[in-house]
Design a protein around this ligand. Structure first.
Ligand code: F3S
Length: 386
């Protein structure tokens, strides 16, 4: 991989041991994927932020680093809200360790907004090169915004943040972003027929790591978020297109005649909705937008929860919508920033959790050891307040 003079100096250790290590990670990654060079990035999103997922070795590695990020960088959700963690049910010992992880990232200059929806906090534009690591954020950045990022691991996103560049391969290259398979969604009239998380959950299993293009659907931005998150979880989709909707499908006229075609049927969608008793309800995977908070506030107005109901959102989004948060919390539901239903140990304490997310449906059983039930957002509110 070609390195310019400055890159070579970083690699030789002239700018310190941490930068040298970070450049070594990028050079190794570039070697594996045959990248011709590095490309400057405009932002990074770094996963590996919850103590639940990185443990003591991950923390020790972070604490050994000594440098500052070269571009704006945010963290993925951590294992607890930064304030009010005790009320959220987090143990003292975990909180202490998690605070050490956060402090290690703070020292590196990473913004302590801990979210999988960094696109709500910082404008990210078409064609920008990024190094983002959380799979739903990657799918959104590539597909909905038309920015360019591979699905980075925690260390490679951090290395890119510190160096300010990432290897130029994969989805950074326009020619690699063409659709490879067409998805059609059977139309239906039921309440769940356009549940975008459920459609993505089924579609991801069918397309694996190919780049799909949907035909015949008209999802909005939040729908695209749910769709991509689910496909990234049940498949390995880091970029998808929707004919006439997503930016690259509008800029390029993709020819799809020769591509494989798969169909998501209404029976497959309906089969995901198994009604069973649950101990808690959680929405906000990915973290809620302001519109989604508004929808939840409307559904919860005048109601009282009868079981724990957690709504996860970026701290900045919750903070700029105090009225909506007020309405939601008057019902007994809690808007929780910084963390999520999958990476927080709080959720491990429930044996069964209802979610409205196709991604959470895939991850909750393995990551929280709980049975997961999926419902529409309205059904989640009904179950939480019944
Ligand atoms: Fe975000 Fe956690 Fe879901 S990181 S996409 S809320 S699993």
């Amino acid at each position: 991989m070609y390195l310019d003079n400055d890159d070579e100096k970083v690699l030789a250790g002239e700018f310190g041991e941490t930068r040298q290590k970070m450049m070594e990670i990028l050079v190794a990654l570039g070697g594996v994927y045959d990248a011709e060079r590095l490309v400057p990035i405009t932002s990074a999103q770094v996963s590996g932020a919850s103590y639940k997922t990185i443990g003591k070795w991950g923390l020790a590695w972070l604490q050994s680093l000594d440098a500052r990020v070269a571009v704006p960088a945010v963290l993925n959700p951590i294992g607890m809200p930064q304030e009010g963690w005790r009320e959220f049910g987090i143990a003292e010992e975990f909180a202490r360790r998690q605070a050490e992880v956060v402090e290690a990232y703070r020292r590196l200059g990473i913004r302590l907004e801990c979210t999988c929806t960094p696109y709500y906090l910082r404008i990210t534009e078409y064609g920008e090169h990024l190094a983002w690591s959380e799979s739903s954020a990657v799918a959104y950045a590539n597909s909905v915004l038309g920015a360019r990022t591979n699905r980075e691991g925690g260390p490679s996103a951090l290395a890119a943040a510190i160096v300010g560049k990432t290897p130029y391969y994969g989805l950074h290259i326009v020619a690699n972003r063409r659709p490879q398979v067409v998805i059609e969604v059977e139309s239906g009239t039921g309440l769940r027929s356009d549940h975008w998380g459920a459609i993505g959950h089924v579609a991801g299993k069918k397309v694996g790591n190919r780049i799909p293009i949907f035909e015949g659907i008209r999802p909005g931005r939040d729908h695209l978020k749910a769709l991509g998150a689910a496909m990234a979880a049940t498949g390995a989709v880091a970029l998808f297109h929707v004919d006439k909707i997503t930016p690259e499908a509008r800029v390029f006229s993709f020819k799809t005649d020769d591509l494989d075609r798969v169909t998501v049927t209404q029976d497959e969608i309906e089969a995901l909705f198994v009604e069973t008793e649950v101990e808690a309800v959680a929405v906000g995977c990915p973290h809620c937008s302001a519109d989604e908070l508004r929808g939840l506030a409307d559904l919860l107005k005048g109601k009282k929860t009868t079981k724990p109901f957690y709504i996860f959102a970026a701290r900045g989004v919750a903070k700029s919508n105090p009225d909506l948060v007020g309405v939601i919390e008057r019902s007994g539901a809690r808007v929780i920033p910084d963390t999520c239903m999958v990476v927080s140990p709080r959720m491990d304490e429930f044996a069964s959790i209802m979610v409205d997310s196709g991604k959470a449906l895939a991850y909750v059983p393995g990551m929280c050891g709980a049975l997961a039930r999926i419902g529409t957002r309205k059904e989640c509110v009904e179950v939480a307040t019944s």
